[in-house]
Every structure is written in C-alpha cells, then in structure tokens.
Design a protein around this ligand. Structure first.
Ligand code: FEO
Length: 395
C-alpha cells in the first residue's frame, strides 16, 4: 500500500483487493479497493479504515508518513466492516483512548460490532471539528446506504470524504478519474445499481441538499475505487440520472432454461423487441451474474422474466434474481413473464405475481408453453414483444 498525496498533506491510503470476486453477492470482476484517508494537520486525522485483513498494511502505509501513534483523531463515516474491520487493530496501535468520531447512529452500530470501549465522539449533523489549518463538517446521510452513514467535508480543501457514495468496485494502481477515463463509468453504474438503487429518492434529496448548501467541490473521495477530481459534477450528474430511473426504450430479457425451450422464447422475444427499435439483450442467469443483470435493469423501461416450471415452482436462479431485485426496489418499469413447462406450469404466474409485488407494471398475463415452443407459441412471444415495445417510450 503506497500513500498517494491527493492534496497538500492529505493522503489516500488504498488497500487494493485484487482478487475479491464476490462482495456479499455482487460480482467484482475487477476486484475492489478500500480507501482510508490521512490528514496531516495539527491534529493528525485518519478517516475510515479498511477490511480487517488489510489493517497491518494500512498501519505500514501510515508509518511511511508518520508514527501511527501520532494519529490524534479517527473518523468513521460508516460502520460496514469493509471500512471498520481494521479498527480494532488500528485503535490498539494508535491508542485505545484516541477520540473516534462517528454519527450518533454510528456510535450505536460500532458498539454493536466491537466490544472495545473506545472514546466515541458522536457528532451532530452539521457538527464541525477543527484540525488546525483545516476543519471538517459532518453531514448525516442516513440510509445512504446504512443508517449511520455520514460524509466529512473539508471546506478549506473543497474535498468531500463521501464514504460509500460515488464509489466503484475497481482495483487499480491509479487513484484518480483522469487517470482511467471513461472506462470507470460502467463500474460506477454497477455500484450504484447494486448498492444505492433502493435509496434513489434519498440520493436525489441529498443532491438537492448539497446544492442548497452550496458546497464547493474540487474532489469527491469515496471509500472504494478512484477519486473524482477532474470533474466531480460528472459523477454527481450520473447519480441524478440513475436515481431518477427514467425508463429508456430498453428491455432486459432475463431467463433460465432447462431444455432450451424458455431460452428459445427469450431469443424470439428479444429479436422481436430489437426489430421495433428497443435496445435489448437476452441474459441467461447461469451465464450472467445477478449483479450484472440489475445493472442493465437500472435504466431499462421493461423487464421480461422467463422461467421454466420446476417441481411446481420457479427455477432456482430466477428465484434468486427476483429476490435480489426486489430488495433493490426498481422504479418505473413495465414487465411480463414467460416460460415453458411440462405438466403443471405455475412459473409464469408466480413470476408475474412477484413482479407485481415489486411494483413493476405487469402489462400481460405472460406466455406459457408446454414442452417445446412451435410456430403459434413463437407468434405469442412476438405479440408479447410488440405489446412491450408499444408501451415503452418512443424512440
Ligand atoms: Fe457499505 Fe463499502 O461499505
């Protein structure tokens, strides 16, 4: 771990997790990073830590700059263990009685994670902390994405230490947006879709609040991935767009299949949608990870879900996907179900009901096919696609 100076006497200390491929159910094909920040001021201040297994690396990186025992203040912007797992080791090394600043809810949650009686300093929303030449202002961001989340803002440097917001699961030696270019945006979008989608209305309110406060922002420093310094408004505007979930003329056709019947239906539906100018990709749930599917769902206007009937129910991967998606509370979508069956055929009805439960507007009873689709069944798939295409925003 090499400290990177991001502004005079302010360092980003990134634990690069090159090999993580599963982050609590989210596929991280390009690993991740856990970013802590060190401010060398009259009060030496550490903002956030890292996963437990990287705590010694963080201490070694701090040691390249100062004796870890000279850290005066630790700030926890958010309790999740990828940023606090290292706290016991860090606090033990720097001194258990050093003040640990967090939100009021952070105090409760940290106490439930760790048995140590640290010197907690819960802060109010808008509370300020003087570090010497610089100050920090704390902004509560409840449920973005934990109840204890907060941002720490340094007005003298125009830097927002924004915890999980604006992050990306992306392992690299580059630390800034201008070093990686546009290629970072799909990672930021996937992160938003999988972590922040359920809180879209709160994101919009937060952006309004930040605009109202008139915070000058030269740099957004998230706890994962690269720092936004070239044009912080680019990612803020992207968050506004993603939070709005304005439906595009785009459909996701997600499915699983046992003997290729539901797969053939998916392909016919996708081709028919494409002929009508709908952006569409069929996504097989044993080829595409659930977290990649929901990234596509984020800005799609339509979701079509195909499942064979297995033992009177829906296929397990489809159940997994629907459970995952329900928690992400997608907005502004139409949908429908389709699938093949042998002798009972409950899957289409079950999928349709689950889509309705997540407030997706199911505009058709769905297409059910016994055993293998033929000409008339493909016609029904094409008609379903036409109905979906007609209900999507026009090109
Ligand atoms: Fe919510 Fe990166 O932890």
């Amino acid at each position: 771990m090499e400290p990177v100076e991001i502004a005079k006497d302010i360092y980003c200390l990134s634990a690069i997790d090159w090999n993580i491929r599963d982050f609590h159910g989210y596929s991280t094909y390009q690993g991740s990073t856990y970013n802590a920040y060190l401010i060398l001021d009259e009060k030496v201040t550490l903002i956030d830590t890292v996963k437990a297994e990287f705590a010694e690396d963080l201490l070694a990186a701090v040691s390249q700059l100062v004796d870890p025992r000279s850290i005066d203040i630790v700030i926890s912007n958010h309790t999740e263990m990828d940023h606090t797992g290292g706290l016991p080791r860090i606090m033990h090394r720097i001194g258990e009685k050093k003040p640990l600043y967090c939100s009021k809810m952070g105090y409760k949650n940290l106490s439930r994670h760790f048995s140590q009686e640290w010197n907690y300093q819960p802060v109010e929303n808008g509370g300020q902390l003087n570090l010497g030449k610089r100050t920090l202002t704390f902004l509560e961001t409840r449920m973005l994405h934990w109840p204890d989340s907060m941002f720490s803002y340094c007005p003298e440097e125009k830097i927002l230490f924004c915890s999980d917001a604006f992050g990306q699961h992306y392992a690299s030696l580059e630390r800034f947006d201008d070093q990686v270019g546009e290629s970072i945006m799909p990672h930021a979008k996937k992160y938003f879709a999988n972590i922040l989608m359920p809180y879209s209305p709160l994101v919009l309110k937060l952006v309004d609040k930040v605009t109202e406060l008139g915070l000058a922002l030269d740099m957004l420093c998230p706890d994962h991935g690269i720092i936004w310094r070239q044009d912080p408004s680019r990612i803020i505007n992207a968050y506004v767009e993603w939070s709005t979930q304005k439906p595009k003329r785009k459909a996701v056709v997600v499915y699983d299949t046992m003997w290729h019947s539901t797969e053939k239906m998916a392909e016919v539906i996708a081709e028919a949608l494409a002929r009508q100018g709908v952006e569409v990709t069929p996504m097989h749930l044993r080829t595409c990870h659930r977290s990649d599917v929901v990234t596509e769902v984020l800005d799609a206007g339509a979701l079509l879900v195909g499942s064979p009937t297995l033992n009177n129910g829906i296929f397990p991967t489809v159940a997994d996907f629907l459970t995952y998606l329900k928690g992400l509370k997608p907005l502004n979508k139409i949908g429908a179900a389709f699938g093949s069956y042998g002798w009972s055929g409950e899957a289409v009805k079950i999928v349709g009901k689950q889509l309705e439960e997540m407030k997706i507007n199911v505009i058709d009873a769905g297409v059910r096919v016994q055993y293998v689709p033929g000409e008339s069944e493909f016609k029904a798939c094409t008609e379903l696609a036409a109905k979906i295409a007609a209900a999507l925003p026009k090109p």
